[in-house]
Design a protein around this ligand. Structure first.
Ligand SMILES: Cc1ncc(COP(=O)(O)O)c(C=O)c1O
Length: 452
C-alpha cells in the first residue's frame, strides 16, 4: 500500500453495501461518509484502502489524529506489548503514563517546562475544552468567556457554545451562557470568503474597546479562548500582532488565555505547539489529536501551576488512563525527534505551498492558499464570480476521491479544501497527491467550460 490505486467508480460495490447498512443502523448525524463515500478496511502510512481494494492517499489523517500516518509499525509494536500488561489505569500513575508525561513535558520550551501541570481529560478534545472552561471559571471566580468567529472547539455543550459555526448550534437550546464572539485577527487578505479580513478590521482594537468600555455589555470575563490556526474554520492563521495584543489585554484585565492546540499541537504546525511561534505563554492550553501518534484517544490540559488548585475530582472521567495511548505517544515523540520530523513538516509545507501557488496561477478555481506547517487550506472559487464556492469545492473533493486523494472541506459553507497530511509524509507522496489535485482542477475547469 504505497501508491494510489483506484480501479472503479466510487463507492465500489462493497463500500456501497456498507454505506447503505450504515444508513439503516447508525445515527442520521453520520458525517464524513456523506462526503467521502467509502468503507475503510486498512491503513498504512499515508495510504488507506477501502473494502473494495481501492487505495487512496489519506490527507484527512483521522482528522489530524495520525501524525505518523496509519499504523506506524514501531507504535503498533508498543501497543501490542502493552496489551498484555495494563490497558486502563484511571488516573493512577503507571510506568506508561510516567514516560508519557516526561515526554510531553520535554516538548515544552525549556524556560516554561516547569510552569505547567498536566490534567488528563476524558479522551476527546471537547472534554479538554470543557475542563479548561471549568478551571478558568473556578480559578478566576468569573463566568464569561470570549471566543472568536470561525473558531471550532468541539461538540459538547460548553465547547459548542464557544464554536462559531451557527448551523451546528441551530436548534440546540440551553447553550452555555456568557459567551461573546469577536472577529479573529488572521493573516488572510482574501476578499473571496465571508470572513472579515485584516485589511478591513483591527480585531484586537475591537476587543480592546469592548474590554475598556463600561457599556460594552461584558460581564466578568474568566477567559479568552482561541485557536492559533482555525482549522475547521478554514485554516485561518492568527496574525502575530493580533495575538500579542490579545495576550497583553488578557494580562491587563486579569483574564486567562486558553489556547486550543487540539489540532495545532504535537508538531502539526512545525513546532511542538503553535504558541511557540507567537511568543506567548498561555495560562491554559489543551491538546488531543496528535497525543498518541496513532489515533488512540487521549486529551490533555496543561495549566499554569500559579492558578489556584482545584480540588480532587473536579474534572474526572473513566477513560483518562488509556495506557495504549500513553505508550504509543511516548514512542511517537521519540520517533519524531529521532527522524527530525518537525523539520520534515516545514520542508513539506514549503513544497506544498510552492506547488499550490503554481496551481493557483494556472487555475482560476483556486483562491487564497493558507499553510502553517502541515495545516493546509485552499479557497475554492467560482471562476466566474471569483467568490468562494461550496458547490465547486464539493465537486473537487469528490473528483479527488475518485482519483485517489482524500481531502477534507472546511471554512464558511465548506468552501476551503483542507489537507492534514501525516507529519512524516514523504516528498514523493506529496507530489503524488498534488498531481491528483492538478488533474482534478483540470477536469473541473473543463466541466465548467462545457456548461458555459
Ligand atoms: C481546534 C479544535 N478544538 C476542539 C476539537 C474537538 O475535538 P474532539 O473532536 O476530539 O472532541 C477539534 C476537533 O476537530 C478541534 O479542531
Amino acid at each position: 500500500m504505497n501508491t494510489i490505486n483506484v480501479r472503479m467508480e466510487i463507492p465500489g460495490p462493497r463500500s456501497l453495501q456498507a454505506l447503505q447498512k450504515q444508513l439503516r443502523q447508525e445515527s442520521t448525524a453520520v458525517s464524513y461518509p456523506k462526503r467521502l463515500p467509502i468503507s475503510l478496511e486498512a491503513g498504512k502510512g499515508c495510504y488507506v484502502q477501502d473494502v473494495d481494494g481501492n487505495v487512496f492517499i489519506d490527507f484527512l489523517s483521522g482528522a489530524g489524529s495520525l501524525p505518523l500516518g496509519h499504523s506506524h509499525p514501531e507504535l503498533v509494536g508498543e501497543v501490542i506489548e502493552q496489551a498484555d500488561k495494563l490497558c486502563i489505569g484511571l488516573d493512577f500513575p503507571t510506568p506508561a503514563k510516567e514516560s508519557f508525561i516526561d515526554a510531553h513535558l520535554s516538548m515544552l520550551p525549556e524556560e516554561i517546562r516547569n510552569a505547567y501541570l498536566i490534567h488528563f481529560c476524558g479522551p476527546t478534545g471537547a472534554d479538554a475544552v470543557e475542563a479548561a472552561i471549568k478551571l478558568a471559571k473556578v480559578a478566576t471566580g468569573a463566568d464569561e468567556i470570549i471566543s472568536f468567529r470561525g473558531g471550532y472547539h468541539g461538540c459538547t455543550n460548553g465547547a459548542l457554545s464557544l464554536t462559531g459555526n451557527r448551523a451546528m448550534k441551530k436548534n440546540v437550546l440551553g447553550k452555555m451562557p456568557g459567551v461573546h464572539f469577536f472577529p479573529f485577527g488572521s493573516t488572510s487578505t482574501s476578499a473571496a470568503s465571508a470572513v472579515l479580513n485584516s485589511n478591513q478590521i483591527d480585531a484586537a482594537l475591537l476587543l480592546e474597546s469592548a474590554l475598556e468600555d463600561a457599556n460594552s455589555g461584558l460581564g466578568n470575563v474568566a477567559a479568552i479562548v482561541l485557536e492559533l490556526v482555525q482549522g475547521e474554520g478554514g485554516v485561518y492563521i492568527a496574525d502575530k500582532g493580533f495575538i500579542e495584543r490579545v495576550y497583553q489585554l488578557a494580562r491587563k484585565f486579569g483574564i486567562l488565555l486558553i489556547v486550543d492546540e487540539i489540532q495545532t499541537g504535537c508538531g502539526r504546525t512545525g513546532t511542538w505547539y503553535a504558541f511557540e511561534q507567537y511568543g506567548i505563554e498561555p495560562d491554559i492550553f489543551v491538546t488531543s489529536k496528535g497525543t498518541s501518534g496513532i489515533g488512540l484517544p487521549c486529551a490533555l490540559m496543561f495549566y499554569k501551576k500559579s492558578l489556584a488548585p482545584w480540588p480532587a475530582g473536579s474534572h474526572i472521567g473513566t477513560f483518562r488512563g488509556n495506557q495504549f495511548a500513553f505508550i504509543a505517544g511516548s514512542k511517537a515523540i521519540d520517533v519524531i525527534n529521532r527522524d527530525a520530523i518537525l523539520h520534515n513538516v516545514c520542508e513539506r509545507s514549503e513544497q506544498i505551498r510552492v506547488r499550490l501557488a503554481e496551481l493557483q496561477h494556472d487555475f482560476a478555481l483556486l483562491g487564497e492558499i493558507r499553510c502553517l506547517g502541515l495545516m493546509i487550506g485552499v479557497e475554492i472559487l467560482n471562476p466566474v464570480t471569483g467568490k468562494a464556492c461550496d458547490v465547486t469545492a464539493s465537486k473537487i473533493q469528490k473528483r479527488a476521491l475518485r482519483r485517489g486523494l482524500i481531502a477534507e472541506l472546511g471554512g464558511r459553507d465548506d468552501t476551503v479544501l483542507r489537507m492534514l497530511p501525516p507529519l512524516n509524509v514523504s516528498p514523493q507522496c506529496v507530489n503524488e497527491a498534488l498531481n491528483v489535485l492538478e488533474r482534478v482542477l483540470f477536469e473541473q475547469t473543463n466541466a465548467i467550460e462545457e456548461i458555459h
